[in-house]
Design a protein around this ligand. Structure first.
Ligand code: UDP
Ligand code: MG
Length: 310
């Protein structure tokens, strides 16, 4: 097998038909042996039915995985990675925002010797708030981890199979695949790809899901948030020591005082909220440790199709 394409699907019934048609055209035109693995991530619409019809149409290339619930885009990709057999593995969203035709560009780069090819979107067609959210998280990742991808949100990417094997062998529960791939790659590159507005349906990521996903990225790849709190703790400790000395001196020189109560409150409230954020961030790490320790399966399958004949 030359190329495996992995596509997570969550309530994409309206996009699937055109996606499949364009994908088949692109892949067939390359004249290489290929397969596509669709992972149905607990869709509640007709997506699974449509996927099954693809399998009837092209049993030679279509393979299907059906989850019993919604586990998220990255877990869906892991399930596809575990079963794909291509020397090159391409990930693609099902919503047609990244045109399947661009796969050709990625494959060219892999053929040229790069082992991880990331797409980045020059003209990004998303809402302003969605773009702003991505700007913030890209900035945070850029400064807190040593991963320097151009566009972490772009899922149109291609990897050599050894990288995919390495990703599959990671036992972690909350994964961020492009970042993991970047850590395992020895020769990564970014190429510019087209980006269209979502043709139909709406983004599956609201602000909350996006924040959760980015905590996965940050906690998975850096301890800097924790270290920042240690640092901040030292700084405030030094500050309060100074204040203590100052107040003591004043107390003995000028006598007791009763004003400044509200200043005290504001300082206190500020420090308490910083402490609460700190506990929260610690919780993000601890929670992920807990999930790994529980060692539950990453996902539960309802059924798979097309994997038996091998
Ligand atoms: N997706 C998924 N499970 C989820 C959320 C999304 O499988 O819980 C899939 C979705 O069907 C799509 C891809 O992941 O193929 C990207 O989702 P979306 O286009 O909503 O994200 P955005 O483009 O806003 O980043
Ligand atoms: Mg999208």
């Amino acid at each position: 097998m030359d190329i495996s394409v992995a596509i997570p699907v969550y309530n994409e019934e309206v996009n699937l038909e055109p996606l499949f048609e364009r994908l088949c055209k692109t892949m067939d035109s390359m004249g290489r042996k290929w397969e596509v693995i669709f992972v149905n991530d607990g869709s509640k619409d007709l997506s699974w039915k449509i996927l099954k019809s693809f399998r009837e149409k092209r049993p030679d290339v279509v393979k299907l995985i059906d989850f019993n619930g919604n586990y998220g885009q990255h877990t869906a990709l892991i399930a596809a990675f575990e079963r794909c057999r291509g020397d090159i593995v391409v990930t693609l969203d099902a919503d047609l925002q990244n045109p399947p035709e661009e796969i050709v560009k990625l494959i060219e780069k892999i053929d040229a010797g790069y082992d991880a090819v990331g797409g980045y979107r020059k003209e990004r067609e998303d809402s302003i708030s969605r773009k702003l959210a991505s700007k913030i998280v890209n900035f945070a990742r850029e400064n807190m981890t040593n991963i320097s991808m151009k566009d972490q949100g772009c899922m149109l990417r291609a990897y050599k199979s050894n990288i995919v094997r390495a990703i599959v062998n990671c036992g972690e529960r909350s994964t961020f695949i492009p970042a993991l791939a970047y850590t395992f790659a020895s020769n990564p590159v970014d190429v510019e790809v087209e980006h269209c507005a979502r043709q139909a349906g709406k983004s599956k990521y609201n602000l909350y899901k996006l924040i959760r996903l980015n905590f996965d990225l940050i906690t998975g790849f850096t301890l800097i948030p924790l270290q920042m709190f240690t640092l901040f703790g030292f700084l405030t400790a030094m500050g309060s020591l100074l204040l203590f000395i100052l107040l003591m001196a004043r107390r003995f020189l000028l006598g007791s005082e009763a004003d400044g109560v509200f200043t005290l409150f504001s300082i206190l409230f500020f420090l308490i909220s910083v402490a609460i954020i700190g506990i929260g961030i610690m919780g993000e790490y601890v929670g992920r440790i807990y999930q790994v320790v529980q060692a539950r399966p990453r996902y539960v399958l309802k059924e798979t199709e097309g994997f038996d004949e091998e």
